[in-house]
Write a new protein. Sequence first.
Length: 115
Amino acid sequence: MDNDWKKRLGVVFSTNPDFNYQTEDDAQEQATLPKEKQRLIVGIDRRNRGGKTVTLVTGFVGTAEDLSELGRTLKVKCGVGGSAKDGEITVQGDLREKVVNLLHSMGYTLAKRGN
């Protein structure tokens, strides 16, 4: 269970034992936009990665399951590792052109190369 007290700053104490505190994060996840409307930006990142370069796909709007499925597909087709969390997909290595081409072939027409 997440016990991050900073999320509860400014909250008044409740004596109700059945009270369940909800944050904006607990709200329903946003529905996944269609592939044609996703504005994905593909760039590279080297910060806080020990000098390693990763390809970063940002701008995905949708559920965590759909994000992880897209990340898994990109990692398999590129033949490398990576992760998909917090609305970002990381793919190991500088594979910007390959990832953009894969996204276009999968139907993400608004995907473009960033930096």
